[in-house]
Write a protein that binds this ligand. Structure first.
Ligand code: ZN
Length: 497
């Protein structure tokens, strides 16, 4: 079965080999116009070749004009990853021939990227992990090739230039990633960071975030790098993890068989759960880079950089640390609330609606039951922050048990009815008053002498049965903890008598 490769953990190969993985990410920047012309970037769903001009069509004599906003978004990314930015940089021509590149060169940055030497830290199942980022530079996107069938049934390729010239940021990591999970988490954290600072919508399914992994293996204990294979066409975070895990196993099997790997580019097939050969890479490509003569050098003065730094919002890593340290949230809850903007908003609004309310139970309700209800719902779900706060209070003061509270939250999310009203209508208020439970406990003990004898004989589980009987007698409204304490108290008093 070919799909087994996708699900198989890379653990076996990683006992003998160390994976060395570098990740390149291309992301479309969130600007209104293209990188070097005023064509709109809002071409999603538009007619092919309807968002074009002489510049992005690469017509002779057309001159590029730099999009300042795109530069600012790369500078903001650099500031967010702690990278350094040169005082002056320039644009370079990367020369190659391909039908999606009408000029025959791409305007890019070669040796003076806008951001160099940063880091990205994220949580993994094995704890926090830091990946060094070599560089982030700015370039223009290519056109899109559409392969179709012609009028006579022949295979034809069409070019849509709507995407041509859209600002693209390339982020290149050092080969620090060692596992498939780290590769996925790196891409997820980069997406979260780019969305947080507003640099990109970074939607993988829409091609706004394209991830490529350079994977090689070396025997544990050795230093030299092995032969590198580039993996592309990963259209989701799951695909990134599966493709890298598959590639580690594939390379290990070849090396175990005494063969050597070849330098190549491989694609990932979600359907087959495996990587496949796309093209060989016998030599490194020679792009004959040279400075772009049609654009002036770019100066990044300190004041400009400082104002971009000053406008950065709270970054995801700092946000998670604040939730853990200042609010006492678990690492899991902090990660979910920072990564899921909707859940994060509900959490913040609930705390704001009820000053003094403890943050931890609110976080638990949001990351647990709220997300479960929201993710299972067919349409949009609305939970009123003040009502969620009321629910948390009722559970905290013992008026509502967790099972009932879940039921109340579901009812509120469906209808918008107030929490107190639902509790009253369904008769869910918990009986926590010892005096009120006293008579019921007496009845249960009198009706179940065998269980009482078992408890007295030291059979601890028998008390659970008695608590169950109290719950039954109160139609689930008794506070189980209070009921159990009341039962113990009566039995102890009986023993002393
Ligand atoms: Zn244009």
């Amino acid at each position: 079965m070919t799909t087994a490769g996708a699900a198989r953990p890379a653990g076996a190969a990683l006992e003998r080999y160390e994976a060395v993985i570098g990740i390149e990410v291309h992301c479309q920047l969130r600007t209104e116009s293209k990188m070097f012309c005023s064509c709109s970037t809002a071409y999603d769903g538009a007619r092919p070749n309807s968002h074009v001009c002489p510049v992005c069509l690469g017509l002779p004599g057309a001159l590029p004009v730099m999009n300042r906003r795109a530069v600012e978004l790369v500078l903001a990314t650099g500031a967010a990853i702690g990278a350094s930015t040169p005082d002056a940089t320039r644009w370079d021509r990367k020369n190659y021939f391909y039908p999606d590149l009408p000029k025959g060169y791409q305007i890019s940055q070669y040796d003076l990227p806008l951001a160099a030497a940063g880091t990205l830290t994220f949580d993994t199942s094995e704890g926090p992990f830091t990946v060094r980022i070599t560089r982030a530079h700015l370039e223009e996107d290519t056109a899109k090739l559409v392969h179709a069938e012609g009028p006579a049934g022949e295979r034809i390729s069409l070019v849509d230039f709507n995407r041509s010239g859209v600002p693209l940021m390339e982020v290149v990591s050092e080969p620090d990633v060692r596992t498939a999970e780290q590769a996925r988490r790196y891409a997820e954290e980069l997406q979260l960071l780019l969305r947080t600072i507003g640099a990109s919508d970074a939607d993988m399914e829409h091609g706004q975030l394209r991830v490529e992994a350079n994977v090689s293996l070396r025997r544990r204990g050795t230093e030299a790098f092995g032969t590198r294979v580039e993996v592309k066409n990963m259209n989701s975070f799951r695909s990134v993890e599966h493709a890298v895990a598959f590639e580690i196993e594939r390379q290990a099997a070849i090396l175990d068989g005494g063969e050597s790997l070849r330098m190549e580019t491989r694609g990932w097939s979600d359907e087959r759960g495996e990587t496949y050969h796309m093209r060989s890479k016998e030599t490194s490509d020679d792009y004959r880079y040279f400075p772009e003569p049609d654009l002036p050098p770019l100066r990044v003065d300190a004041a400009w950089l400082a104002s971009i730094r000053g406008e950065l919002p709270e970054l995801p890593a700092a946000h998670r640390t604040r939730y853990r340290d200042a609010l006492g949230l678990s690492a899991y809850d902090a990660a979910v609330l920072v990564a899921d903007a909707d859940a994060g908003r509900l959490f913040e609004a609930t705390l704001a609606a009820a000053p003094g309310l403890e943050a931890k139970p609110v976080a638990n309700w949001v990351t647990g039951d709220y997300l479960r209800i929201r993710n299972a719902a067919a349409g949009p779900v609305r939970v009123d922050p003040a009502e969620l706060a009321a629910l948390v209070r009722l559970v905290a003061d013992g008026s509502l048990n967790r099972t009932s509270a879940r039921q109340v939250l579901e009812a509120h999310a469906q209808s918008g009815e107030g929490v107190e009203a639902i509790v009253g209508r369904l008769g869910l208020r918990q009986i926590s008053d010892t005096a009120a439970l006293g008579a019921i406990v007496e009845d249960v003990l009198a009706a179940n002498p065998a269980a009482v004898a078992d408890v007295r004989a030291g059979k601890a589980q028998a008390i659970g049965f008695l608590v169950g009987q109290v719950m039954k007698a109160t139609r689930g409204q008794a506070n189980a903890t209070v009921a159990q304490a009341a039962i113990r108290e009566r039995l102890d008093a009986g023993e002393r008598a």
